[in-house]
Design a binder for this molecule. Structure first.
Ligand code: SAH
Ligand code: SF4
Length: 386
């Protein structure tokens, strides 16, 4: 009898062989070597890839053109677990927030943003998905819901990839009500840009993130090019330097939130490990290696980092890095006392920074009414932070 695809024994078996236990976590070339190892022709890699990433199957037996023997081998070796949709919330600006339950019942979230925020490239008419990379986060930024609940585990590559596929599948089911069928419509591309800004610190889960992005980038799959991916980090300097040397041209956003060590350390414990003296050289090397504009994210929190004394430091930093500053009004988190500054204060900060010569945008809020900020939906679901 065949083992079920999610049987822990079959998962162990594939791990011993050095392959991921989940099929959607396999890189394209790995399929070729796995097929050779089970005496199957390598050209089947293309068929398997097509079923997994274009047709987005949920069970191996949906892959109707694969021979029975190969299907049996696949079933024994790889799961194709999909996240369970716990809930989807909509907001008045058509942003949608998805809360997923994973195989171990951990919750993660993704946010679908129909028009790309102006701050992330030229493609403003394209759909963007914001994805999570960890369950919770270990970095404990004082203002952040994900940090509040602590770190539970890293996501594996398949769990990152699945967020994109599951949202695209959900979108096609909304359009034609064919939830359980593999239809041509399931192949329709809906997401063009990714922002790695959901729950978790992406660069603390570096290998699985890069694996996922390479799977998503493959020309015969989804494919989302590196230039359409923005990775947001709280500032892990060594990993930023490592990312600078990768062949792909990812966009980088850094959660700065303070332009002096004093302000930054108050709200971001990571600044004690990687203070500005370490972070700035890493950003410089990213810019030099990549020749890409970096985005400095700056949440405006009333009375914490919205004082005008911060501006000369912020302007100097942005100019020396040739970076753009993205000002984001703080989103309230239940259980935390932080609040966003008044609109007048936001405007004043924006105008003063602009006059100081920095390239700056003030984010027009998307999804504010559905708690779209980092980790907030999961928090609500699990009753934390109350
Ligand atoms: N860990 C990474 C990516 C996930 S957080 C990082 O810190 O960059 C994505 C962005 O959401 C970060 O800029 C983070 O500072 C911001 N954020 C967190 N909580 C927020 C809130 N309540 N309101 C507005 N932005 C928030
Ligand atoms: Fe983690 Fe980013 Fe939230 Fe900080 S802001 S706690 S790094 S998810």
């Amino acid at each position: 009898m065949l083992k079920s695809a999610t049987d822990p024994k079959s998962i162990r078996m594939t791990e011993e062989e050095g392959y991921p236990s989940q099929a959607r976590g396999m890189l394209y070339p790995e399929w070729g070597s796995w097929l050779a190892s089970v005496n199957q022709p390598r050209y089947r890699a293309g068929h398997i890839w097509d079923w997994l990433h274009r047709k987005k199957i949920r069970r191996w037996d949906e892959a109707s053109n694969l021979p029975k023997k190969l299907l049996g081998q696949l079933q024994e070796s790889f799961g194709i677990y999909d996240p369970e949709l716990v809930r989807v919330e909509g907001s008045s600006d058509t942003t949608r927030k998805f809360l997923w339950r994973l195989e171990d019942r951990a919750n993660i979230e993704s946010v679908w943003i129909p028009a790309n925020p102006a701050s992330f490239g030229k493609s403003s008419s394209r759909t963007t998905l914001c994805v999570s990379t960890q369950v919770g986060c270990a970095y404990g930024c004082k203002f952040c819901a994900s940090g509040l609940a602590g770190w539970k585990r890293d996501l594996d590559a398949s769990e990152i990839v699945n967020q994109i596929l599951a949202v695209e599948r959900w979108a096609s089911s909304q359009e034609n009500d064919k939830k359980d069928e593999v239809s041509a419509d399931a192949e329709k591309r809906r997401i063009q840009n990714l922002v790695i800004m959901g729950m978790g610190e992406p660069l603390a889960n570096y290998d699985q993130l890069l694996r996922a992005l390479r799977i998503l980038n493959h020309s015969e799959g989804i494919p989302i090019g590196a230039r359409r991916v923005t990775i947001s980090t709280s500032g892990l300097a060594p990993q930023i330097e490592r990312l600078a040397k990768e062949p792909e041209q990812f966009r980088l956003a850094v959660s700065l939130h303070g332009a002096t060590n004093e302000t930054r350390s108050k709200i971001m414990p990571v600044n004690r490990k990687y203070p500005l003296e370490k972070l700035i050289p890493a950003l410089e090397s990213y810019r030099e290696e990549r020749g890409k504009m970096i985005t400095l994210e700056y949440i405006l929190i009333a009375g914490v980092n919205d004082h005008l004394q911060e501006i000369p430091h912020l302007a100097k930093l942005a100019k020396s890095l040739n970076a753009k500053v993205n000002l984001i009004p703080y989103n309230r988190v239940d259980g935390l006392e932080w609040v966003r500054p008044t609109e007048e204060r936001q405007e004043l900060f924006y105008e003063t920074l602009k006059s100081a010569g920095a390239r700056v945008t003030l984010r027009r809020e998307k999804g504010h009414d559905i708690n779209a900020a980092c980790g907030q939906l999961r928090l609500k679901e699990e009753g934390l932070g109350k």
